[in-house]
Design a protein around this ligand. Structure first.
Ligand code: PLP
Length: 297
């Protein structure tokens, strides 16, 4: 299968030594502040363009890195974009929502709960289709078999950078699209990596079945050699300490939703094994600035 791809990211991202591990620097994809989300968007926009779409319809929370990246990708590809945002505007819009607006996307403040968004995205796309448009609807987080191709491809990219066969790969998990893609990509190249997904927003039984659902929709029967770690919960002082330690020792900036949780989990795994460990830095720079502000006061 050779799915259409619209290049957006600077790839391969660097792999560096970091705190006795390796750090895969997807914070450096160089596309807005989208981080690893640029990988999914390359395939989503490739598909949208191949289908002749003229408007992208997606949604997420105001702080969603995916919607910020999607709005920018639509602009770069000459497509219109409509973004359905959950909740209300809030006192101060996060940088991600500023990015959406500055990309020229039309923002709908829905007031709806996050879990309602995929349905609303579908309804908005249907409405646009009824009015003669050709919409391309993308659910929250870009969690489709097409979006997951970004991390499938990243598996090959990482394999080419590693000088050893056995490794532990640790990455944060939100919607599950990244880990689903990575597991499928790992299977395709028969890499001997053990994969740990650090779930930051959804309970483990739910996210496990969503990941397996995506893997199945990508045409795979199931995958072995992976585990989920529960890291849901709000940022606390430990996250601030973890962020400051990485910043001061290595000049690496992480956010509290994904980065510090995954870093802490990786450090625990690292202490318990001699197998080389790769920690995936997926980005999250807009929220990292909020954490910096919190740490500085
Ligand atoms: C979206 C996101 C993730 C999680 O990726 P999923 O594919 O949704 O599981 C991790 N880190 C950052 C910075 C993200 O923006």
């Amino acid at each position: 299968m050779n799915p259409p791809r619209r290049r957006l990211a600077l790839l391969p991202t660097p792999l560096q030594r970091f705190a006795g591990m390796y750090l895969k620097r997807d914070d450096l994809t160089g596309f807005g502040l989208a981080g690893a989300k640029a990988r999914a968007l390359e395939y989503l926009l490739g598909d949208a363009l191949a289908r002749g779409a003229d408007v992208l319809v997606t949604g997420g929370s105001p702080a969603s890195n995916f919607v910020a990246g999607a709005a920018l990708a639509a602009s770069v590809c000459g497509m219109e974009c409509e973004v359905l945002v959950s909740g209300t505007a809030g006192e101060q819009a996060p940088a991600t929502l500023d990015l959406v607006r500055c990309s020229g996307a039309k923002v709908h403040l829905t007031g709806a709960d996050r879990t309602e968004l995929d349905k609303l995205i579908g309804e908005r796309a249907a409405h646009l289709r009824d009015h003669g448009r050709t919409p391309y609807a993308i659910p929250r987080g870009g969690a489709t078999p097409v979006g997951a191709l970004g991390f499938s491809h990243a598996a090959q990219e990482l394999a080419a950078q590693l000088a050893f066969d056995e490794a532990i790969v640790v990455l944060p998990v939100g919607s599950g699209a990244s880990i689903a893609g990575l597991l499928v990509g790992r299977a395709a190249i028969a890499a001997k990596w053990r994969v740990y997904g650090v779930s930051v927003s959804r309970p483990l039984p739910q996210i496990r079945s969503e990941i397996l659902g995506l893997v199945a929709r990508m045409g795979h029967e199931g995958v072995a050699g992976w585990e989920l770690i529960d890291a849901t919960g709000p940022a606390d002082d430990q996250d601030v300490r973890t962020m400051l330690a990485a910043l001061r020792a290595d000049g690496v900036l992480v956010d509290a939703k994904y980065g510090t949780k995954t870093l802490a989990a990786a450090a625990r795994l690292r202490a318990a094994t001699r197998t080389p460990l790769v920690l995936w830095h997926t980005g999250g720079l807009p929220a990292a600035l909020d954490l910096l502000a919190r740490a500085a006061t």
